[in-house]
Structures are given as structure tokens and as C-alpha cells.
Design a protein around this ligand. Structure first.
Ligand code: PEP
Ligand code: MG
Length: 546
């Protein structure tokens, strides 16, 4: 019997590892404050240490360039610049001269001051920069002491366990020997986390300080970068479960190697876009890692579900902008608020309904509560200049609803224009086809919009009259039901006849048994959860429509 202990942090690389722990020991070079008389000599020591630190950082930059590429290696160029930062150097000089103290102490105090300043900033990106200033300062102190690098003891492959790892320490990890790493502290926004993801090292950060007290060298560990879980002395069942996950990761990695950067094209040359569905900006990493061509559905309601109160225009704008910027010009379809039915939010104060799936939900709420809708549309249009945005309305059943949505968009655009706020005039507008009514009048709807995205989850529920939440109905839900397929085909045909493009973003989009059917219908885009992008690409590339 083993005594399994579980810690939970943030997984920063979606992969798992099983192996022995190796605790990262810092040579706790506790910096002492020493009085000195020759301040000029101390300043000279700082200059020499800086030269050495810069030389080391150049080496680290070269290693990073080879292993993680230009954009992630850049942080070390920034480190080199930070070492030359005027304020930083001024502070060290000042402390040495005014307090007549040793250089190590002056660097340590400066490091703490700057780190504290970064930590107290509102912006999470800037907060994470505290780790960078500590990283360069520790290097400088170690150069002042003529110190060697800290090490993790081990024979063979290991899972590094540390209080925290600086970005440079992360890059210096030997990928041939490090199976994974776990840090007690650290955030998923740090460069350490970003580097781990790109070096493809399974890692979990921020498991809490109790971890280092619980783990010792040689302990068997599992690090699950998917869930952020770390198991000390895992039981057999957990080991088997993780091994199965590793096999799955392995297959995905192989797919990535074979298919990353390749087109979604059939043997006969028919192309289709494969995009990804997300519920928050945090999933962008997975979207990019799985090489999705865009975001076909951003379920914006999660922004509301995760808040205690209505998210403000500014809060929404920041998220939409981030998503658009991260996608660097690739299409991003953001769906306006889709709550009600299975997604209830207390602060909306909605009445209890007998049939919530047929009740006041999604666009019906937006059209009855225009102030909520307006706030979201303003945030969306303001963000539109940062990428290739498409705005999509859910649960449409009539042309009148689409006309009202369009009118509201026009009002918002007028407002922004009057306020001198830039937005993209020709931002695409689309609707979800997820009610039989919408599919049946898709000819009329297509004339009003730029695109359709077929929500097969709701379309199936409403067409087959089967509550999607009711597990007892599974036997009655034929996901390939001809009625649903006919509605999809009809919608695709009508979209094309009226110059609109058409995608599918419900779960059926990922069903590879239907990929050929969808291609034959002329579907332009399939949007699936990020890990399913490449399996779908693999399927598309195996099909011959001739
Ligand atoms: C759908 O209904 O198919 C869909 C994609 O939307 P959701 O699952 O969010 O209702
Ligand atoms: Mg839906």
C-alpha cells in the first residue's frame, strides 16, 4: 500500500510525466550586509559581475534560441537590457555609496524593491515581471560571489521539484534529464511557465509551499500538466490512468509532428478551415499549440459566469482584445452572451422557468435587456481593430431578431464614431443555426448575415425534442439523425446561395464519421475543441471526394 498525496497547481504544459523526484537545492547564499570603505572598488566589482552575467545570459539566449525559438528567447535579451537599466543601476550605486555597503547587499535590496514594485502593479503581465528582476539580480549576486549554478541532485531522469524556478534556470534545465518540474510558487503567466510549455516539459507551477515539505529525493511522482495535479507516491490505479494519458499525448505529439503547418485538404484538393472552440482567453495556448486556423466559437458567457457581477465594458474589451491579438490576424468568432437554460447566473435575477431550454435565453435575454447587449457590443467593436473579429448571435429563430441585432450593432457603431473610438466597420456578423426554425428559414437569414455557424448540440436537442441535459435520453438521441443532417445541408446550401459562409461549431463538427458528409455539403469551416483539431485534419487529409 502506498500513501498517495495529491497537490494541485496550474498545469503549464499539457503533458504528463511519471518519475523520481529530485529536489532543487539552492545554495542559500544568504546575502549579508557588510560595511565597506572603498565604494569605488565595490562599484567596480558590480561592473565586472555585470559583464560576467551578460556573458552568461548571452549563452542562455543562444540555448533558448535553439530550443524554444526567437520569440521566447527574447526574454533573455530583455534580461540583458534590464541589467543595463538606468534606474536599476542607479539604485545599486546609490545604496553602495550612501550606506557604504557591499555590492551583494545593494543588489539584493534593489532586487526586492523592484520586485515589490512590479508585484503591486494591477497588470498581471507586469506582476509576473517580478520574477525576471529577481532572476537577473540572483545571477548578478552569484557572479559577485564567483558562485556556481544551483543544482538538482540526481542519477538518470528526474522530476525537478523547486520552490520556484527563474526563467534562466528553466532554460538551463537539461531536457534529456528532466522529465518534468513542479514549483511550489509561480504563476502560469510567468516566463518560466511559458518556457516550460514551449520546451515541451510537463510542468505544474504554484502547488503551494507545503509541497517541498512533503516531497523528498527519490519519491515516486506523477506530474499531470493537463489537470495541474501532482501525486506523491501514486497508487497503481493512478499510474495506469496517467500512462493511458501519456499514450494519448504521444499520439497527439506524433500527429503534431506530421500535421502541424499542413493544410486541411482532401486528396482531391478540397479545402476546409478547422478552427477551435474556447470558453476563455486561457485556452489560446491550446488553440495555437494545436495549430487551429482560427477560433470558430468563443463562448463569451463564461466571462459572465466567472464574474460576481456584470463584467464591465473595459473588462470585456481587455479579454476580447487579448484573444484577437494572440491570434495574430486569424479569424476569431466571438458569440454574444448565451445564458439561460443550463447556464444560469444569479446576478441576472432571471425568473425560474418550467422549461428553461425553451425559455428566456441567449439572444432573447439580450434583446429584452439592451443595456447588457450594448455593453458587450461596444466592447466587441472596440476590440475589432486588434484582429479579424466576427460577431455571432446565438439562438436565432427569426429574421426580426437578426434585424434587431443588426440595428443594435449600427447604434453602437454610431456611438463609437461620435466618440471618436476606432472600430472595424466591416466586422463580420453571423448567427448560430441551432433551432430548426433558423435552419428552415436559412435562405432568408443568410441574406442578412455574413456567416452561419451550426450549433449541432442545440439543433439536435430541438429537432429531436431531446433535452441535452437528460442522460436518460441517450438511447433516443441519434446524433446522425437524418432530420438533423438535412437541416445542416439545407442551411449550407442556403448560406452559399446568398453569399454567406457556413461552419459547424457543435460537437458534431469533430465527429470524423461525418467529415466526408460535411465536406460534400460544402461546409466551409469546422470548429472543435483544441485537442481535436489535428485528428480532424488527419481525417480530412485521408478523404477523397472523387
Ligand atoms: C451548440 O448548441 O451546438 C453550440 C455550439 O452552443 P452551446 O453548446 O454553447 O449551446
Ligand atoms: Mg447552443
Amino acid at each position: 500500500m502506498t500513501d498517495m498525496t495529491v497537490f494541485k497547481g496550474n498545469g503549464v504544459c499539457a503533458a504528463a510525466a511519471i518519475g523520481k523526484a529530485s529536489v532543487f537545492r539552492r545554495k542559500a547564499a544568504a546575502v549579508k550586509r557588510e560595511k565597506i570603505t572603498d565604494t569605488a572598488k565595490e562599484l567596480e566589482r558590480v561592473e565586472k559581475a555585470k559583464a560576467l552575467a551578460t556573458e552568461q545570459l548571452n549563452g542562455i539566449y543562444e540555448k533558448a534560441l535553439r530550443e524554444v525559438g526567437q520569440s521566447d528567447a527574447e526574454i533573455f535579451e530583455i534580461h540583458i537590457m534590464m541589467l543595463e537599466d538606468e534606474d536599476y543601476n542607479e539604485s545599486i550605486k546609490n545604496i553602495i555609496e550612501t550606506q557604504q555597503v557591499n555590492a551583494e547587499y545593494a543588489v539584493a535590496v534593489t532586487s526586492d524593491d523592484f520586485a515589490e514594485m512590479f508585484t503591486s502593479m494591477d497588470d498581471t503581465y507586469m506582476q509576473a515581471r517580478a520574477a525576471d528582476v529577481k532572476d537577473i539580480s540572483n545571477r548578478l549576486i552569484s557572479c559577485l560571489c564567483g558562485g556556481e549554478a544551483d543544482t538538482a541532485a540526481s542519477d538518470g531522469k528526474m522530476i525537478v521539484c523547486a520552490d520556484d524556478l527563474a526563467p534562466s534556470e528553466t532554460v538551463l534545465l537539461d531536457k534529456d534529464r528532466v522529465l518534468a518540474f513542479v514549483t511550489a510558487l509561480g504563476s502560469s503567466n510567468s516566463h518560466t511557465a511559458i518556457l516550460a510549455g514551449n520546451m515541451d516539459i510537463p510542468a505544474v507551477v504554484g502547488v503551494g509551499e507545503g509541497f517541498l515539505a512533503a516531497v523528498k529525493d527519490g519519491d515516486m511522482l506523477i506530474v499531470d500538466g493537463h489537470t495541474g495535479e501532482v501525486f506523491i507516491s501514486p497508487d497503481e490505479q493512478t499510474v495506469r490512468r496517467i500512462e493511458a494519458k501519456q499514450a494519448e499525448d504521444q499520439r497527439r505529439k506524433q500527429l503534431l509532428q506530421e500535421l502541424k503547418g499542413k493544410e486541411n485538404v482532401t486528396v482531391d484538393g478540397t479545402k476546409i478551415d478547422i478552427f477551435a472552440n474556447i470558453g476563455s482567453a486561457e485556452s489560446i495556448g491550446a488553440v495555437l499549440a494545436n495549430d487551429a486556423g482560427g477560433i470558430g466559437l468563443f463562448r463569451s458567457e463564461f466571462l459572465y459566469l466567472e464574474s460576481e457581477d456584470y463584467p464591465t465594458e473595459e473588462q470585456q474589451f481587455a479579454v476580447y482584445r487579448k484573444v484577437l491579438e494572440s491570434m495574430e490576424g486569424k479569424k476569431v468568432i466571438i458569440r454574444t452572451l448565451d445564458i439561460g437554460a443550463d447556464k444560469q447566473i444569479g446576478y441576472f435575477g432571471l425568473d425560474k422557468e418550467d422549461n428553461p431550454a425553451l425559455g428566456l435565453r441567449a439572444i432573447r435575454i439580450c434583446l429584452t435587456r439592451p443595456e447588457i447587449f450594448r455593453t458587450q457590443l461596444r466592447a466587441l467593436y472596440r476590440a475589432s481593430v486588434y484582429g479579424e473579429l466576427g460577431i455571432m448571435f446565438p439562438m436565432i429563430t427569426s429574421t426580426a431578431e437578426v434585424e434587431k441585432c443588426r440595428a443594435m450593432c449600427d447604434e453602437v457603431k454610431q456611438e463609437l464614431k461620435a466618440e471618436g473610438i476606432p472600430f472595424k466597420e466591416d466586422t463580420e456578423l453571423g448567427i448560430m443555426i441551432e433551432t430548426p426554425a433558423a435552419a428552415l428559414i436559412s435562405d432568408k437569414l443568410a441574406a442578412l448575415v455574413d456567416f452561419f455557424s451550426i450549433g449541432t448540440n442545440d439543433l439536435t436537442q430541438y429537432t429531436l425534442a431531446c433535452d441535452r441535459q437528460n442522460a436518460k435520453l441517450e438511447a433516443f438521441v441519434d446524433t446522425h439523425h437524418e432530420a438533423v443532417l438535412r437541416l445542416i445541408e439545407m442551411s449550407a446550401k442556403n448560406a452559399h446561395e446568398h453569399g454567406a459562409w457556413v461552419g459547424i461549431c457543435g460537437e458534431l463538427a469533430a465527429d470524423t464519421a461525418l467529415t466526408e458528409t460535411f465536406l460534400r455539403m460544402g461546409i466551409d469551416e469546422l470548429s472543435v475543441s483544441p485537442p481535436l483539431v489535428l485528428p480532424l485534419r488527419e481525417r480530412v487529409r485521408s478523404i477523397d471526394l472523387r
